[in-house]
Design a protein around this ligand. Sequence first.
Ligand code: ZN
Length: 439
Amino acid sequence: MEMMSNDLLIKNARVWPSADAEVIEDASILIKDGELIRIGKFRARANTLIDVDGCLVMPGFVQTYLHLCQTIFRGIAEDMPLLPWLKNYIWPMEASHDPASIRASAILSCAELIRSGTTAFMSMETVRHTNAVFEAVQETGLIGVICHCLMDETGGYKPLTVELEESLAECDVLLDHWGDHERLQLGVAPRFALSCSGDNMRETCDYAREKGLLLHTHASEQIPEVELVKERTGLLNIEYLHSVGLTGPDVGLAHCVHTEPHEREILVETDTRILHCPSANLKLASGIAPIPEYMKAGLTVSIGADGAPCNNRFDMFMEMREAGLIQKPRLRAQALPVADIVRMATLEGARTLRQEKEMGTLEKGKRANLIFLSPDRFHVISSKDPATNVVYSHEASDVMLTMVDGEILYEDGRLTTIDEAALRKTVVEQRQKLEERAF
Ligand SMILES: [Zn+2]
């Protein structure tokens, strides 16, 4: 019988180590200092014992495309196409943020992410107050790549225009403060092809690569956007982003709904990461991204909910379900099998964050980022296949526990790092003040 010091033992679990593994029935997991020490059928004693009574224990979800700063805008404008929606509602609200309102939006986002089983994410914030987002996320215990957004005069929206020098100086300050944080990293996000000049895009890529930071932007979400890029640059969206350096394994391109075959070749040749947002693509009538084609071509594709104003939830279960359903009438019923979808939501997400050696599966030596799913809900029982259940049966309310680095962030309906009552009160107050400032 193994005896360990400050550690945690999970027992009586149906452990599902990864999308491609078999479930280990009646298994245990030993965790020490937030790291997975042992997984399988064994007996041990530990300081903390969690008997999960048959719950499915799997890797936490990794969402690679979110806007935490937009969550407090939820419901601000519905049933509108992308460009007028952005210009008339989202950008005015973003430009009106202050540290208090963006903090409330970030914590609200984390509350929903934790409750619905997401343990790590990448987000694109706005052009100011990114430090307040870092501070907020740090308190919640989540793992995140938080990208500072860049827009210069090219973006054509003065209230969100920041000179490149000032933006990169802000990144320097953020790096000084958060550069060696154990859970949070800075990323850099020129908003989209038309938000910054070509020279500024190139300089931004050089800066990010010099600092070893991830890059992230929107691409080919809607046809009017693609046409506008063509009109302004003479190139198609992916061609243009490639010409300014925004392709490569350190680049996450959100959406990629409308791409030409030769653009897909550029994505494959450069091993650029695709961030798939099924709900946002449907809600803004953008279209259906050719995800099975991207995956068949060997591209790393992961999933994200985008922003709450165009989703309107951060629910990875819903995103996985939709990712599967939308491809079937487009291609065939076999398109995008369930294991592929779960892999997108876990390991491929981790790979996109360059953290596949630390998370995305449950393996010895990796971070203890895991979720417990209730085994006895009516919409699940009788099916024992984890992938099918997770993609087409389970829902966010089935999450019983969320753990990051061995720390329990959510258990039995209660967040442990966020004061829920205070959050509800603050969000309502800050939303009102924000709307008064914006409109
Ligand atoms: Zn977006």
